[in-house]
Design a protein around this ligand. Sequence first.
Ligand code: SAH
Length: 211
Amino acid sequence: MINHQTVQLILALRGAGISDHEVLSAIETTARDLFVTPEFIEQAWEDRALPISCGQTISQPVVVGQMTEALCLTGREKVLEIGTGSGYQCAILSKLSRRVYTIERYRTLLEEAKRRFAALKLKNIVPRLGDGSMGWPEQDSFDRIIMTAAAEEVPEALLAQLRNTGLLVAPIGPSGRQRLMVFRRDGDEFHKTVLGKVRFVPLLRGIARTL
Ligand code: SAH
């Protein structure tokens, strides 16, 4: 359903320099109101981060757009996402890649996200509860990796699971000074590009003990 709010959001994304049609279309056709808690439904299509369960946030659409565009997806990639959260970013990735493996450390968030994926009939998502900083050791390398929680450095395990010439997109740096960064693997080297300033919740170690 394309309504006024959707059009406004797409204009905001274009205004922020997001021009990839596939990315814009995936955002346009992913109902963000299904991913927010009921009290924030009214703001669901606004270009802002919103609170979700467990003290976490659903990312700002423009940032979702920038990160997704930076992944340069063609529809054939095997993607790893760290930080499922609401499942919104994951749902968008699932429309633009072959399969998305997503890890969340809060059981409540993971279960909510799984219900949304089922309701939207998104079948190419493999969700798991765990500490994403360890990667997904049972899997071979990934073509793309996206972290949706910030760390001072990219965990070694994630760099190790990125295939040669693959791309990793992540918010990196201490709280208040995070930068959105792209890492491109070239053998044992990683070429870095900085996309801009961002604000993300921190990447925490271990599975959450509370729900
Ligand atoms: N991609 C999400 C953004 C959620 S915010 C969305 O579109 O809604 C970031 C998420 O990362 C939070 O849900 C947080 O619990 C999770 N997270 C933080 N550290 C983690 C870790 N080590 N492993 C897995 N998930 C983690």
